[in-house]
Design a protein around this ligand. Sequence first.
Ligand code: GCU
Length: 858
Amino acid sequence: MPVTAATGLVAGTGAAAGTVGKEAVAAALRTTADSEYDGSDLWLRYVPVEDPGLLRKYRETVTTVIVENAGRNKVHRHTPDLSMAPGSTERLVETTLEAARDELVRGLKGLLDRAVPVTTEPGDRPPDGAVIVGTRDSSKVVRQHIPAGDLTPLGDAGYLIRSFTRGTQGFTVIAGNTETGALYGTFAFLRRLQTHKTITRLDISESPRIRNRHLNNWETVRLYAGNNASGTGGLNGENGTIFNFAARGESAGRNLPVILDRYIVVARAMASVGINGITINLVNADNVYLTPRYIAQEAALADALRPYGIKIALAINYTAPTDPRFAPDTLTNEQLDPHGEDFRGWWNRRAGLLRAAIPDFTGFTVKANSEGQPGPQDFGDDHGDGANAIAAAVAPLGMKIYWRTFVYNAEVDEDRLKRAYLEFGYIDDERQSDGTRGRFLDNVFLQTKNGPLDFQAREPIHPMFGRMENTNQALELQVTQEYTGQDEMLCYLGPMWEEALKTDTYATDERGRLLGKRLMGHIVDGTAQGHADTAIIGVANLGNADNLTGHHFAQANLFAFGRQSWDWTLDSADIAADWVRMTWSNRTNVVGTIVKMMMGSWEALVSYQTPFGMAHQFRSSDHYGPNPAERLARDDWSPVYYNRADSAGLGYDRSPTGSDFTAQYFPTLAARYGDIDTVPENLLMWFHHVPWDRRMRSGRIFWDDLVYRYQMGVQYVTWMRLTWEALRPSIDARRFAEVRAKLAIHEADAGDWRDTCVTYWKSFSGRDDPVDDGPLSIAIVVGGRRIGAFDLSAPSYSIPVRRGASPKITKVIPADRAARYEILSQADGVPGQAVVRVTKEDFFGPLVKDYVFVMRPT
Ligand code: GCU
């Protein structure tokens, strides 16, 4: 945490005090501290507002903080001696209003660069410059100034921020129906200052579109945020995850129930974007989390998170009741009958233990009959039987079941993508004895990934969205970047989720009429089909790295997930801009540049990994690099199963003449995706086996477009690397260097994707790389000769120069009129080297190619 880091620097810079004066020391201190800033505050970085005019305005508008009765509603605390680890800088609060007050005080102190007094008494009328936070219960000011009718519709998480003007002065009220709502409003108010927005004449009312906005924390796999002993923070006996349950060695004293700073930072960050729940363990669940020792630790964690409006849940294993660790309360296999009392009774007892320690425990996430996890099918029952059994057991305790639909049993269908709907759809359709449809109980959510495969960088939407009218549907997104560059590649996922959430499902009602509201977001927020309980889940990217997410830019994905789960209609570019202002800088050029980098980064990754709807070409060992030729024990884990490369073309035919997966979509989408002439090109190979010489919309044949697309992805990363370099003066040193180092790896690894894939495809297409008409293709003139046919994937080009002729490039001729070039250097002689930089803004952003020409004598 930078504030404390600065303390350590005082000694080092103290010697200068006498000679350069106090202010200079303070400035030097800040710069030094900044230059070492490690990213550990996430976006809750409250640095002084740089613009003097704005700072003055903010200081005039906010002079005092008033929080009445902050200590009144103590949240439940199970752990009597709950405490922070020795030396912590964060502190434990006892109420949500205390959390709001402390955040406001901390934030304003940083942003306004001076302490803002806080009082508990508003007096008869709030003073000018007051910011009042509370509920109608806690605060007289709120009662007097905010009519109940304005607040009630905002529900239990919504907030209102309203300015009251008197002459040129006035005060600001931040109110919620609940203290959590008031806390969300506080963060929203601070965000306005952090992003340099106006804080006068405000009348803001907000409430979340989706009720349950949760993280699923996979604590032991796909954790790219700190499980690396060398690069990102070290282990010291920790296993790399965010929450310590069983750290050893040096960190043995830092296990729960001890609370670490980073838990509080994460709680504050989650609350700042409205995330209100977290399943704390991996979906391939370890039963240890259900043992009394762990439950005590979980209770301490829940205690620490509770003031921030965050409730915890656990992932469980369906056959946990048979685990000897629970002896004497264990069941035999025969007792696992979901219809029997034994099975239900066991889950009710275990949930009861959790409930006793964690009164607001939300329930269980279940991965059953999926990737080797046990489930009801092992005993001849189906997902409906299994989910309902546990749901019925925990319903009396007010808990819910999030039953994952990530299933793909090979016996169900040849096409892996069809399997989930085949296993769940009929249960949703099933007519019940009371005349209603759908067998799943009301406290069951089916938790479904955004696409039908597995978090690929581009997938069509999962066809279950909209087709499960009678069941609660939770959308699962992957924040941790398993398939999107992990902690090496800069890939902002906001646009990907926006694309999914704003996709038209063309859902119809039972009479086949199109629904009025039918985007994926409407299905998820319940407005499409009238669902009251709604949920969105982000597979989290939290770890013990200094910056908590591994890559500094991975913080943006957590931020975006929170913002989009609060309001999926938001524009991902606006979210990026907020994040950049809060995390890096408010300088216009920095904001503009970084947002631009972020906005193209996902489409670039799609381009160099899996363009035009190609899927899952990852090497199985790590899901990071490519291995399109790989054949694994299971067909449907193998890249070859997805690419179907042959001499005719590339891609998986899922049209009516192929696997007919397209039939699982509503008719309009089914028709659109099922026809190679109407499917969007970015999903082409997802649904069709595409002939190498098919004419594309660009006018080129498929093969040529494909290779250019791989190259474009890499060319974008080159642009990002160069662009970041130019930001050096505006970015603090440590983070600048860390991102810079990652971008170099990113560029090289993107090149590896391009080369590995294109080389492999070539062995089927029998064609060479296209040349001369790519977006960055050029010809050059040297010694009066025009030379072209440059393969854009090559690192350099050998140019024969006749003895005595000049090696100078006299002309550069770009193939694309929109491309620009610059001769960065000419060869002084032969042998020698010249560099030409070609740039072009393409559909997802700027591309750069540095042509390195090696002049050699003929
Ligand atoms: C992916 C991932 C697994 C994970 C699984 C899931 O396949 O690689 O580690 O368990 O998704 O969502 O359950």
